[in-house]
Design a protein around this ligand. Sequence first.
Ligand code: TYD
Length: 138
Amino acid sequence: MPLEDCRLVELPKLTDSRGALTYIEAGQHIPFDIRRIYYLYDIPADAHRGAHGHRGLQQLMIALHGSFDVGLDDGRDRQSFHLSNPCCGLFICPKIWRDITNISEGAVCLVLASEFYDESDYYRDYEQFLNAVREVEN
Ligand code: TYD
């Protein structure tokens, strides 16, 4: 799926005098069932996360705290998103290379994923990723 299928998703936010609450329902706010949740935290300054693509995994990425940039690349086009709002998620479809940079101190990145962890679903090498997505196009 191309880069145009990746998008920012505005999540519901309920606010009252006690603070804010955001919720995410599979099939409602994201187009997949959630099999796995993971989060990145205690990230050192200047760290670069991501730097890989996935064959079939769908994800929703949220800056639960702090901010970071997510660069997406489908082998043809690139687009960068700045995530800083816990009620806004970035949906990432399969076959997208992603780089997470410019991570603020104390940032927490929450990821909802459509599948269990499977190393064989990863493209770890950018050239291999490019060859794979170009093969699909041709
Ligand atoms: P990786 O996906 O490369 O992290 P990032 O995108 O944040 O840079 O994963 C880092 C390591 O953690 C790698 O050895 C695989 C392992 N891992 C799991 O065991 N389970 C998981 O759910 C995830 C996301 C990673």
